[in-house]
Design a protein around this ligand. Sequence first.
Ligand code: ATP
Ligand code: MG
Length: 416
Amino acid sequence: MNEVLRSAGLTCLKLLNDAGYEAWWVGGCVRDGLLGRPVQDIDITTSALPEQTMECFQSQGHNVIPTGIKHGTVTVMMQNFPIEVTVYRTDRDYQDHRHPRSIQFVRSLKEDCARRDFTVNALCWHPELGLQDYFGGQQDLKMKSIRCIGNPCQRLDEDALRILRALRFSAALDFTIESETHAALFQKKELLRVLSAERIAREIEKMVIGRRWPEVFTVYHELLAVLFPQLPALQSPAAIQKAFGAFRLCPRITLPRLACFFLVSQQTPLAVCLDQAQRWSRQLKLSNHDRKSLTQLVQNQNRPLPKNRIDLRRLIYELPDLSTEWIQLQQALRRLSAKQAGQWIAAIEEIQSSDCLTLKQLAVNGYDLIAAGCPKTEISVCLNQALSAVIEDQVPNQKEALLTYIQQQAKPESQD
Ligand code: ATP
Ligand code: MG
């Protein structure tokens, strides 16, 4: 773990303890720490009420942001790290399978742990008191198992997001899902319909880059089908098999992995895949950038592999910012080895740093063309033609040569 983060997390515990409150690291940081995985952030659970937490840190000159005060959470800025500090609480009377109608601040750590989703997410740690494990989380970490705390059906009923979280943690941590929790996921799959697009998107983006995602996909694709019945990857056993193969070979990078949901097959020709990718990314409210990138990857999935430098330049020109992801998708579709793909990507980087690929890099600009007598309305067409010719190695990227080329193009009839 990052030493500064660790020290910030320990200082938070100490300040709360010194003020007379209990405080523990909890959840992902303890789980990932025990697994030897990188820890990105630290969550703290404490017996202090949110106002008491604020007072405790503010009185020592620390900045505190009341990020989720209704839920008992404040964010303490400690050595530039935001640390979430939440009061011991339980969640009561879930409504709409997502939000608790009320939450109650409680006195005991055990009650707080009981509201958490999975046993491996309910481990607590304190530098002097050690690990606190009320629900067998350590054993499940050893077994590499995702298991709901309490009755799985009831826990998924309370909050349907836990269905996707189970798949996500299984994929990311390379864990299997314990049998009762596994059965409950299928039993409660229809509840997925209540989740918001943003929540679903966030979980799917994390899920598909998980180490175990290909296996999770084969076992749990029926759950995804509740949300996305038209997804090309789910249209037939052959499509599922094909997507599984692609996921296995595709590097763990979001966009190429998402593109593996939209592979052309007998059931789904390219036009349908493209249409589905557009609808899907709109349904999930992906950003404009991601929407465009995903559709471009899907559209170009069967573009031939580049054979020479000119092909590579064309690829970079036509898929700007996306050529690396395209190669990564090809790694899955054409079984390129990681080494081969790495060589392509290195070649792309070399070309990007040395060759002319954009209008900006062209040795002539609009003013040069005006000076050479080009009508204003033709400038954009002429510049693009010139760029195309440079990319195709038909003319060097030099001012004189380009002006001559443009003039020749402008009056082809008068040449003979
Ligand atoms: P990561 O940050 O790697 O995604 P995490 O375990 O820290 O994993 P968070 O979403 O940050 O997950 O939540 C922190 C903790 O809060 C979890 O470990 C879990 O104990 C609890 N938690 C989060 N979401 C839920 C939920 N929907 N139901 C029950 N407990 C939850
Ligand atoms: Mg977290």
